[in-house]
Design a protein around this ligand. Sequence first.
Ligand SMILES: C[S@@+](CC[C@H](N)C(=O)[O-])C[C@H]1O[C@@H](n2cnc3c(N)ncnc32)[C@H](O)[C@@H]1O
Length: 390
Amino acid sequence: MSIENVEKFIAEFARSLAEETFVKMTLGNYKGADEHLQKLLLRMVETRKGLRLFFLYRYDTRDTAKNHDFDESVKILRGILGKDFFSGHLFTTENDFQLDIGRKGKSRLNTAKPTFKTKPKLEHDREKRRFVNADSFYLRALGITTDRGEIRDKQQDKWKQINKFVETLASLFDKSPLKDRTVLNIVDMGSGKGYLTFATYDYFRNIRGLDVKVTGVDTKSELVGICSDIARASEFENLRFVNGWIGDYELKDVDILIALHACNTATDDAIFKGIKAEADLIVVAPCCHQEIRPQITPPEMLKNVLKHGVMLEREAESITDGLRAILLEKSGYQTKLFEFVSTEHTPKNNMIVGTRQKKKPDPAKFDAEIDAIKQFYGIREQRLETLLNP
Ligand SMILES: C[S@@+](CC[C@H](N)C(=O)[O-])C[C@H]1O[C@@H](n2cnc3c(N)ncnc32)[C@H](O)[C@@H]1O
């Protein structure tokens, strides 16, 4: 093979890194051994260790990614150009370079005016890379992104919610006793269409490189079928979806239990399962709080406040989630309750997080508090409490 043009192309790549003019690079015309690999896309990212090149390997149904420092990147490029990939497009702020390697090793290198005169913002790239990879096949299959990897207009809120959720989960994980674990078992109760289940798997498996197993449980068999097909097509080997009720699911050896927007008391069923299975982290975002509201008899003092439907509804939500948090504490979990995503993106945004503690508290201390709250509002029953004290 005539290597002069190839070497020139590699030299321009190395120079663009050294002189900080690199924008991005695409390698195509793949003729290597992997029948599913299509392209390799390179862009610059900022990591804790400094600037790195983000290698995104695009397969027909999935993507994988890896970071490399500049020297490694040049070596990799030299090893694959003309062996696996037969075309390269390098964009710098000074010029575009297009390399084509033909049959019998003949090559052509074209230089053109730069398509991009400024470099893309690194901050944004880092955020995308760290938590959710917008190029992933599952996002396309679930209708969040277009075939070109752009977020669909109507899915912007969902996209923000997915990112915020994974970012929150990552931070909770890093602050929990699980932080040094390399093997993880996560169960997502009420997984629905699976957006968050897929993003959780992809983050821990492909971005953090952990040996993770994720199971989504949902009562809707149609959704379980669709999610299972997408998981298979994504080659997410340790992601599975199971059809069934949360209350009936046999939960064992779970490290993180998730239940996001599981309707009404399904959240209580999920928390209960997590407590019984001694999950280290329990992360729930409740919705449709229907159990407590009809039971509330407003105390005389609050009669005129709670006569308004909207106030009664909010009060019922606060009491329900507050009681859930106290019950988690009673069961030996340290709890946090916060808004995990702005109300502008979803009104169902309260998150309750329980982190299992080694030392168990005295339950009697909590019982008196729970009884006082129930008596004050005339509440007869709260599902989680009933499950914990049958
Ligand atoms: C509002 S969706 C939320 C889906 C997903 N977790 C999310 O946040 O995008 C609630 C899902 O929980 C499922 N679900 C509700 N109660 C359930 C139960 N007791 N057992 C299993 N699935 C349940 C529903 O079928 C539905 O798919």
